[in-house]
Design a protein around this ligand. Sequence first.
Ligand code: SF4
Length: 374
Amino acid sequence: MKIAFPHMGKLYIALGTAIEILGGEVVVPPYNNKRTLELGSLNSPEAVCFPYKLVLGNYMEAIENGAEAVLMIDSPGICRLGQYSTSLRTTLTDLGYDVKFINFDLYKGKLKELYIKFKEATGNANPITLIRAINMALLKIKILDDVDRVLAYYRARELKEGDADKRYFRGLGEIEAALGYKEALKAKNNTIKYIKSTPIDKNKEIVTIDLVGEVYVVLDQFSNLDIEKELGRLGVHVNRQINLSDWVQASIMPSVLRFGKTHEEKARSSARSFLKRDVGGDAIESIGDVALAGKHHSADGVVHLLPFTCMPEIVAQNILPNVRCKEDIPVLSLVLDEHMGRAGYITRLEAFVDLLKRRKRVEPKVHSLSTAII
Ligand code: SF4
């Protein structure tokens, strides 16, 4: 069976590896692009949240490219994510697509459900291979987050624009191709070595920005118009506060297998004085991340990304002015949707970065630790 799944940042690298180890055949849809969004928007309710439209577009393009089964997630929660798989299934069926739906029902538990659904998708019932596949996927997710952190440092300081990214993409191919632990770790070390060979100006005037918000748009370069790269170009060291491994820890990993507090748990406790209860999605994490950045002076400013009509992040956006005043940290909220214009978006980023640079010259607060070389 040819299996497909939607994009979410670089998740396709980890999930594709797991399915390959289990003997399945993967159809990776084209990375999110204008056509994906057009297909998704055309067949979605207008007011549904932005990630839904891209996910639907991914499924449609994957099925056009020969996918026979699609993986979906039924997730507990109090936002629209809980309705995603039902609505997507109905839409794809109404559109006449003949495809098998394989639902990871996270209401039913995590590891057991992963085992059952991977078995259904790939036909492989060997628990040892399954454990190996899951471990490899988790390792790759950790590797991808680690190399992204190194890239953020070099991107902000590179002498020639795009140099660090070129080296990063060279390594990314090696990470993607690795099927064993040693191979994956070697690919990680190579990638870091390539990135570190980028000529940089260590004395460049840098500001640090924490990137927070709804996980899908924070991770997806198409939705956020490649914000990390744009900020890097402006001399910004970006610390992405919500990563793929945080999402996997919180959403997929059973609590008994976790080490220490998850990002969500840490953010939740620092958000407590501003928001007492979970309002769904990543809202409480957005608030907690801004509060933490202000309290620890770990960033010069924060960019908060939210998809248009995302209910939890609209709540967060309305609470953030309080956090900003109490913790004395500048915050820029950017709403993302299919009507977003690139020029206006970049202008807002440039103005925000200018403001942070001027503020920093007058009152340097940020700990050097946060911008230290990794
Ligand atoms: S968090 Fe927001 S954008 Fe994400 S699924 Fe929920 S409502 Fe949609």
